[in-house]
Structure formats: structure tokens, C-alpha cells
Design a protein around this ligand. Structure first.
Ligand code: NDP
Length: 292
């Protein structure tokens, strides 16, 4: 059984990104990422700070824009439009979830698709479906694909089951797996799927993106399967320093022994997301400067 080391693969991605940044800087171009946070959600603050820190480590320009929780939709859209027109900014993301009075769809539509490094704009969703490589793909599924590749997993002809159909993980993951460079046969499961365990039992690859701790148990998994666990769930644990610990969607202790390869939580998919965000920002910067 191979434990796929997401920290190590993320480091490899970041090294490639650092090389590209150095090459851009030698041409007088510094990639820039703007992260917009509305409100004071503590988890979002942690995410936003870690993105800004990673930009600084890589020598990228970053702008962190923190708006109060009562910022109006109109004000937020104005900030995004300013970033769309700012030549020092190549990538824009608005940290999710925004306060309830903000219409997320309108926010996504306002971001210039060329700067939409989260890959949520309909133009980028269409490019993913069309397999047009100039588009931006959400960072987490992109990270999952890179993990499979780095572990030497052959997806061609494999039966893959993706559990979850969100726009951020499940759907883009399914498209990446079925694309012509991956060639998997993909089934997408969700909360209304019947006989999920039996369905998964036929899978060579299972991607779990559900948001329920330890949901995928050993009876879902055939011997020799590959399991990618996207889940990040807090479970109470009085013995842990913070009173909780992070677990995935997969019952790792019982599933791992059956697998050919599996991603752990933490240390699997998690570190890949930020690395691919940096990669997407560099890609955006190159495209905006007509550099191939
Ligand atoms: P969503 O809540 O948007 O989607 C969850 C999906 O799981 C839905 O499609 C839902 O089905 C499906 N689902 C829920 N219950 C069941 C069930 N009993 N059986 C089958 N399917 C079910 O979550 P996200 O996609 O945003 O995130 C999924 C997980 O991945 C979360 O733990 C999240 O924290 C984590 N995550 C991790 C990231 C990382 O960087 N590693 C990044 C993003 C997310 P339906 O559509 O029918 O409701």
C-alpha cells in the first residue's frame, strides 16, 4: 500500500512555480494575487493569511483586501472591478463563504475570467468541459489529478467513482478524470445515489468529496483500489490540543490496508490546493502577458 504524500508533491509543484516566477521576474513581470475576504470568519482568515504567506514565500505580489461583514453587494462588486482593471493583479479570489446577503453567483460573474484562478466563472467551467487548456480549473481537483499522476496511477480505462457533485470538487474532478488525457470511465455519486457501497466496490479509483467524517468504510472499497480523500472534517477529540482533530471522508484505518494507494488526511489533498492556486496565478500572469 502506497500512502500518497501530498506535502511532498505540493512542494514539487511549488518548486516548479518558483522557477516560473523567477523566469517571469527576469522579464520584469511579478505575478500578483488578490484575495478578498468579506467578514471575520476565523477559518476564512486562516485560509486567506496562508495564501498571502505562500505568495510572499514565492516572491509573488499579493494583496489582501478585508471588507467588513456589512459590506454591500455593490461595494464588493466595485472592489472586484477595480482588481479586474489592476495590471499588478493577475489572479483574484473571493474567499468563501461570504456573508448571507452577498450573492455568490454575481460575485463569480464579476471576476474577469482571465483572472478567475479559482475556476468558478461560467467561461472557465465551459473551457473545462471543452478541454480548452486556456481555462482555469478549480485548484482542489487539479491537485487530486496531480497526486494520482505523481503516484504513477494509470487512469486510462479505469472505473472511477467520484462521490460528491459540487462545483468546487466533484463536478470538475469528474470532468478531469473523463478528459482525453486521463480517459477514466467516471460515475458521479451524490446523496440520492442508490447502493453507493456496491457502486464503489466496482471502482478502481474512488474520490471522496462529501464532507462527512469516515463515510467511506472498508465495505465500499475493493482490494487494490486507489482512494483519494478530499474531505476536511473537524471531529471533537478531548485529547487533541485544540479539542478537535481533522479527519477525511474515508475511514482511513480500515480502508488503507485494502488499497493500492491512498491519500491521508491531513497531508494528502489539503496541501495541494494552495500549491495549485499559486500555479493557476502564474498561468494567469503568463496568459495576460502573452507568454506561453
Ligand atoms: P458540498 O457540501 O458542496 O458537496 C458535498 C457532496 O457530497 C454533495 O454533492 C452531496 O450530495 C454529497 N453527499 C452528501 N451526503 C452524501 C451521502 N450520504 N451519500 C452520497 N453523497 C453525499 O462539499 P464540497 O464539495 O465543497 O466539499 C466536500 C469535502 O471536501 C468537505 O469535507 C470539504 O471540507 C472538503 N474540501 C477540501 C478541500 C481541500 O483543499 N482539500 C477543498 C474543498 C473542499 P448532494 O449534491 O445530493 O447534496
Amino acid at each position: 500500500m502506497q500512502v500518497i504524500d501530498g506535502k511532498k508533491v505540493a512542494e514539487e509543484v511549488l518548486q516548479e512555480v518558483a522557477q516560473e516566477i523567477n523566469a517571469l521576474k527576469s522579464q520584469g513581470i511579478t505575478p500578483g494575487l488578490a484575495v478578498v475576504l468579506v467578514g471575520e470568519d476565523p477559518a476564512s482568515q486562516v485560509y486567506v493569511n496562508s495564501k498571502a504567506r505562500k505568495c510572499a514565500e514565492l516572491g509573488m505580489h499579493s494583496e489582501k483586501i478585508v471588507l467588513s461583514a456589512d459590506t454591500s453587494q455593490e461595494e464588493l462588486l466595485k472592489v472586484i472591478e477595480q482588481l479586474n482593471n489592476n495590471p499588478a493583479i493577475h489572479g483574484i479570489l473571493v474567499q468563501s463563504p461570504p456573508p448571507k446577503h452577498i450573492d455568490e453567483a454575481a460575485v463569480v460573474l464579476t471576476i474577469d475570467p482571465a483572472k478567475d484562478v479559482d475556476g468558478f466563472h461560467p467561461e472557465n467551467v465551459a473551457k473545462l468541459v471543452l478541454e480548452d487548456e486556456t481555462g482555469f480549473v478549480p485548484c482542489t481537483p487539479l491537485g487530486c489529478m496531480r497526486l494520482l499522476k505523481s503516484a504513477g496511477i494509470d487512469t486510462c480505462g479505469a472505473n472511477a467513482v467520484v462521490i460528491g457533485r459540487s462545483m468546487i470538487v466533484g463536478k470538475p474532478m469528474a470532468h478531469l478524470l473523463m478528459a482525453k488525457d486521463a480517459n477514466a470511465t467516471v460515475t458521479v455519486a451524490h446523496s440520492r445515489t442508490k447502493n453507493l457501497a456496491d457502486l464503489c466496490k466496482g471502482a478502481d479509483i474512488i474520490v471522496a468529496a462529501i464532507g462527512r467524517p469516515n463515510f467511506v468504510t472498508a465495505d465500499f472499497v475493493k482490494d487494490g483500489a486507489v482512494v483519494v480523500d478530499v474531505g476536511i472534517n473537524r471531529v471533537e477529540d478531548a485529547t487533541a490540543p485544540r479539542g478537535y482533530r481533522i479527519v477525511g471522508d474515508v475511514d482511513y484505518a480500515n480502508v488503507a490496508p485494502k488499497c493500492k494507494a491512498i491519500t491521508p488526511v491531513p497531508g494528502g489533498v489539503g496541501p495541494m490546493t494552495i500549491a495549485l492556486l499559486m500555479a493557476n496565478t502564474v498561468k494567469a500572469c503568463k496568459q495576460q502577458n502573452n507568454i506561453r
